[in-house]
Write a protein that binds this ligand. Structure first.
Ligand code: PGA
Length: 255
C-alpha cells in the first residue's frame, strides 16, 4: 500500500557550537515562523544534550540525539557514554557508524553492530551510516562496500523493532567537501539499499548525507528512495536549517 513518506532532516553538529551559539541558534530559529511537517532532529555534542533538549522542544519541537554511544550499558569504560544514559536523559536517537567514527576512531562493522544492537535494546532510534570512499567508488566497489556495511552492521537486527531504524547513505567523498552526489547517483544507492533490506525493514527511512544545502535539498527529496538528509555544515546556521526543514515539510512523495 502506498503511504506518504515522513521526511527527516537531521543536523549533525559534530564538535561544533558553543553554548552561546546554541542559544542564538534557537533564538533565531524560533523567530522564523514555519509549519513544521517533517521530522527535524539535531545531534549536538553530548554535554549539550540536556540544554538542547529543553530549547529544541520549546522553540520548535525538534528532537535531540547523540552522535555516538558505547556498545555496553555500564562499567569501567573511561570516557564513554552509554545508550542507556542517553535514553535516561530523554535523547531520542543516536547516529552510529558515521564515516568520521569509522576512519578517525577506527570503528569497524563488528563494533558498530554491537553499538547498534545495544542502542536498539535501549529503545533509541538509530541512524546507521554507510558509504564508500572516493577510491572505492572509482574502483567500482560502491555496492560491494555498502552491502558489506549493511550485512555486518545490521546483523541480528530485531525486525520487530523496525520502527527504530534509519539508514544514512553518506558517500565519504561528499562529506564536508562541497561535492554532493548527483540525485541520480544517490538514488541508485538508496534503491540498492532498500532492495537489500529484509521484508520487515523495507519501509526504513533512508537519508542522504554529504554537502546537503538549501539549494540542493529539493532535487534530492524528489527521488523516490531519498527520505531526508543528514546534514553537517548547513545545519549549524538556523536560517539554513530552517530552509532545509521547509523543503522537508513541502515534500509530499508517497511510496
Ligand atoms: P556535511 O556533513 O553536510 O558537512 O557534508 C554531513 C555529515 O557528516 O553527516
Amino acid at each position: 500500500m502506498m503511504k506518504a513518506r515522513q521526511i527527516h532532516i537531521v543536523g549533525n553538529w559534530k564538535m561544533n557550537q558553543s553554548l552561546e551559539d546554541i542559544k542564538n541558534f534557537f533564538i533565531e530559529f524560533s523567530k522564523m515562523k514555519m509549519d513544521l511537517k517533517c521530522e527535524a532532529w539535531i545531534a549536538p555534542q553530548y554535554i549539550h544534550l540536556p540544554i538542547l533538549k529543553d530549547l529544541a522542544f520549546t522553540t520548535g519541537n525538534i528532537k535531540v540525539g547523540a552522535q555516538n554511544c558505547s556498545e555496553v550499558d555500564s562499567g569501567a569504560y573511561t570516557g564513554e557514554v552509554s545508550a542507556k544514559s542517553l535514553a535516561d536523559i530523554g535523547a531520542d536517537f543516536v547516529i552510529i557508524g558515521h564515516s568520521e567514527r569509522r576512519t578517525i576512531f577506527k570503528e569497524d562493522n563488528t563494533l558498530l553492530n554491537k553499538k547498534l544492537l545495544n542502542a536498539i535494546a535501549n529503545n533509541l532510534k538509530v541512524i546507521f551510516c554507510v558509504g564508500e570512499t572516493l577510491d572505492e567508488r572509482e574502483q567500482g566497489k560502491t555496492f560491494t562496500v555498502v552491502e558489506k556495511q549493511l550485512n555486518e552492521g545490521l546483523k541480528n537486527f530485531p525486525t520487530d523493532k523496525a520502527n527504530l531504524l534509519l539508514i544514512a547513505y553518506e558517500p565519504v567523498w561528499a562529506i564536508g567537501t562541497g561535492k554532493t552526489a548527483t540525485k541520480e547517483e544517490a538514488e541508485e544507492v538508496h534503491a540498492f539499499i532498500r532492495e537489500k533490506l529484509v521484508l520487515e525493514l523495507k519501509q526504513t527511512v533512508i537519508l542522504y548525507g554529504g554537502s546537503v544545502k538549501p539549494d540542493n535539498i529539493d532535487s534530492l527529496l524528489h527521488m523516490p528512495n531519498i527520505d531526508g538528509a543528514l546534514v553537517g555544515g548547513a545545519s549549524l546556521k538556523a536560517s539554513d536549517f530552517k530552509s532545509l526543514c521547509i523543503a522537508g515539510s513541502s515534500s509530499s512523495f508517497t511510496r
